[in-house]
Ligand binder design. Sequence first.
Ligand code: FAD
Length: 276
Amino acid sequence: MQERHFSFEFFPPKTPEGAEKLRVTRSQLATLQPKFISVTFGAGGTTQQGTLDAVLEIQREGTEAAPHLSCVGSSRDSIRQILKTYREAGIRHIVALRGDLPSGMGEIGEFRFANELVEFIRAETGDWFHIEVAAYPEYHPQSRSPRHDMENFARKVKAGADSAITQYFYNADAYFRFVDDVRRLGVEIPIVPGIMPITNYSQLMRFSDMCGAEVPRWVAKRLESFGDDRESIRAFGLDVVTSLCERLLASDVPGLHFYTLNAAGPTKSLWQRLGL
Ligand code: FAD
């Protein structure tokens, strides 16, 4: 079996207090020696400096850093400039996305879909970057059909992606089926499951509604029944996500990517339960 890689995701902090909290989180998670840490990027460039600052700090601390880069609302020149900055900083890993513009915020820009961004990065920078793209085992919420979504995924892989990270999911069968189906479309790259710890019922339901991830009814019902009892939510959430990861790790997944939400505790607990 191939070597498995584990990675973490952060978002760029908005305040000096947030930046300090993230430093503490990073130092707690660094001991787990992830393969890389990725940092999200607000569509339309809203977190451009924050993403760059976080990524540079991570690099300085000796961990491989992978900035996300979303292209919606951006011009070719602005993306070229960001790529140049990353290259000059020695960054060689990037997560290429379309992104979602907040409503009322500007024009679509010069890129429509992530495959165009991947193509552009390859054309501009050759093999400099390891390019990750997003995958949706339960399908992207705007997709015309599952088949169309998987064909679009295959298109961005053919444009030059090296690996993919999935949207989070709680149904392992959706992931297994997605991987089998896109393999039949000629996709050979590693597709790493994205793992979202469960710590907050209303936040989870809100996120899941927006991004098209399904929270199984029995999980939602149990979480709802705990009300404000955060300890029970955490304990039950940890059980559910541990079982999911165990099932994934029992198959030949290439690794796991943890959506940390800038907190060390939930990811660390999962890590320990999984004996990683
Ligand atoms: P695409 O691959 O372009 O797909 C978007 C939609 O268009 C899909 O419905 C697809 O079927 C369709 N489509 C794709 N290509 C074509 C085509 N050529 N013709 C017609 N239809 C097409 N968002 C951020 O803003 N910042 C982040 O940092 C960020 N990080 C993320 C990390 C991961 C791992 C994931 C899974 C998502 C992340 N997102 C982030 C969210 C992401 O930007 C949204 O889900 C967005 O709506 C789609 O981005 P994408 O790159 O998957 O788009």
